[in-house]
Design a binder for this molecule. Structure first.
Ligand code: 5AD
Ligand code: FES
Length: 343
C-alpha cells in the first residue's frame, strides 16, 4: 500500500487510514519524508515563500469551541485595525521584501462588503506587484465575488474537519460543514487560489477523521493547505485537552506533499508553538511556505487563538530576520516572490 501511494500519489479512504497508522513507524516516516522533499525540490527547488500575516480584527461573531477569540470569550480585549493601520503594516512588510499580504480576522460584521472592498482596493493600488490573500471566514457568493473583483487573489478558509459528526462537536449548531464546503467551492469557482486545511489532534479526532480530510482535499484540489497541531486555549472548554502531536503533523505534511506535489504548504505558527524547531521540521517534511506576523506589536498578544502563541512580542523585522535564519538552517532559501500556485 505504501508502494502504491508512492507510485500513484492517491489512495482510497480505507487505504489512507491504513497509511496514517504508520505515523510512528520510523522507516515509513523516513520514506515518505524523502519522497516529499524530493517532490518539493522538483517543483520549487530550495525556495521558501513568505506571506506577511496581518491580523486585522479579533472580533468574531462565531463561537468555535476550540478558538480563543470566539465570541463567547469575555476575557478578550477586542481590537480592529483601521485601513491606514493595515496599509502601514503592508508598507513595513513591503520594505522587508514581502510580496504577499494575508488579511486575517474573525468574522466581524464591522468590515461589511463596502469597507472590505475599500481596503482591498487600497492595498492593491498601493502595492500592485503584491498578492492579496483574505482569510475572513464564511461569506456569501456575492461578497466573495465583490472582493475578487476589488482585487483579492487568494482566500484561506480551513474546512477544520471533513467529518460531519466531528464538525458538529467542535462548533455550535449555527455553523455547518455543508456551508463551509460550499464557501470553498464558491471561492474556487470565482477564480481565487484557495486554501483549505485542518487542525491535527483536535479534541475527539481519530485517524479515520484525518483520512476523511485527505479524501476531501482530493476532491477540492486546493492550491494551498494549512495544517497545524491543535493547541488548547485556557478560556475554552478544551482547556484541559491534550495538544495535537508534532510528529503526526509532520507525517501529514509529507503525505499532503506527495498527494499534491505543487501545493503551497506552510510550516505553521501552531507547529512552531508546539516545538521550538517545529517550522524547520515542517520544511524538512515537505512544507514550502512560512507566514511571519506583520500585525502591530501592540495587538499581537490579543490575537490569541491558542495559548503560548509564538512571535507575539517581536517587531516585523525581527520575525523576518528570525525566519530567514531558520529557513537557511533547514537548508532552504527565503525568497521575495509572490509565490503563486503553479498551474
Ligand atoms: N489550536 C490550533 N489551531 C487553532 N485554530 C483556531 N483555534 C486553534 C487552536 N486552539 C486554527 C483554525 C483556524 C485557524 C485560523 O487557526 O484551524 O482556521
Ligand atoms: Fe517571529 Fe521568529 S518568526 S520571531
Amino acid at each position: 500500500m505504501i508502494d502504491k501511494f508512492l507510485e500513484l500519489h492517491t489512495l482510497s479512504k480505507s487505504e489512507y487510514l491504513e497509511l496514517l497508522q504508520y505515523w510512528e513507524n520510523e522507516e515509513v516516516v523516513k520514506r515518505l519524508r524523502t519522497e516529499a522533499v524530493s517532490l518539493r525540490k522538483q517543483y520549487y527547488g530550495d525556495k521558501v515563500f513568505t506571506r506577511g500575516l496581518i491580523e486585522f480584527t479579533n472580533y468574531c461573531k462565531n463561537n468555535c469551541y476550540y478558538c480563543g477569540i470566539r465570541n463567547g470569550n469575555r476575557h478578550v480585549d477586542r481590537y480592529r485595525l483601521t485601513e491606514d493601520e493595515i496599509l502601514e503594516c503592508c508598507q513595513t512588510g513591503y520594505e522587508l521584501g514581502y510580496h504577499t499580504f494575508v488579511l486575517q480576522g474573525g468574522e466581524d460584521p464591522y468590515y461589511h462588503d463596502e469597507r472590505m472592498e475599500h481596503i482591498i482596493r487600497a492595498v492593491k493600488n498601493q502595492f500592485p506587484d503584491c498578492a492579496l490573500t483574505l482569510s475572513l471566514g464564511e461569506k456569501s457568493y456575492e461578497s466573495y465575488r465583490r472582493f475578487r473583483e476589488a482585487g483579492a487573489d487568494r482566500y484561506l478558509l480551513r474546512h477544520e474537519t471533513a467529518d460531519e459528526t466531528l464538525y458538529r462537536s467542535l462548533h455550535p449548531s449555527s455553523m455547518s460543514l455543508k456551508a463551509r464546503k460550499q464557501c470553498l467551492f464558491d471561492l474556487k469557482e470565482l477564480g481565487y487560489q484557495v486554501g483549505a486545511g485542518f487542525m491535527v489532534g483536535a479534541p475527539g479526532q481519530t485517524l479515520e477523521h484525518l483520512a476523511e480530510d485527505l479524501v476531501f482535499l482530493q476532491e477540492l484540489q486546493p492550491q494551498m493547505i494549512g495544517i497545524g497541531p491543535f493547541v488548547p486555549h485556557h478560556d475554552t472548554i478544551y482547556a484541559e485537552e491534550k495538544a495535537g502531536s508534532v510528529e503526526l503533523t509532520l507525517f501529514l505534511l509529507s503525505v499532503i506533499r506527495i498527494m499534491f506535489p505543487k501545493v503551497l504548504l506552510p510550516a505553521t505558527t501552531a507547529l512552531g508553538t508546539m516545538d521550538p524547531r517545529g517550522r524547520e521540521k515542517g520544511l524538512a517534511a515537505g512544507a514550502n511556505v512560512v507566514m511571519p506576523n506583520l500585525s502591530p506589536v501592540k495587538n499581537r498578544k490579543l490575537y490569541e487563538l491558542y495559548d503560548n502563541k509564538i512571535c507575539t512580542g517581536e517587531e516585523a523585522a525581527e520575525c523576518r530576520g528570525c525566519l530567514g535564519r531558520r529557513v537557511a538552517s533547514a537548508g532552504y532559501r527565503l525568497v521575495e516572490d509572490r509565490g503563486d500556485a503553479l498551474v
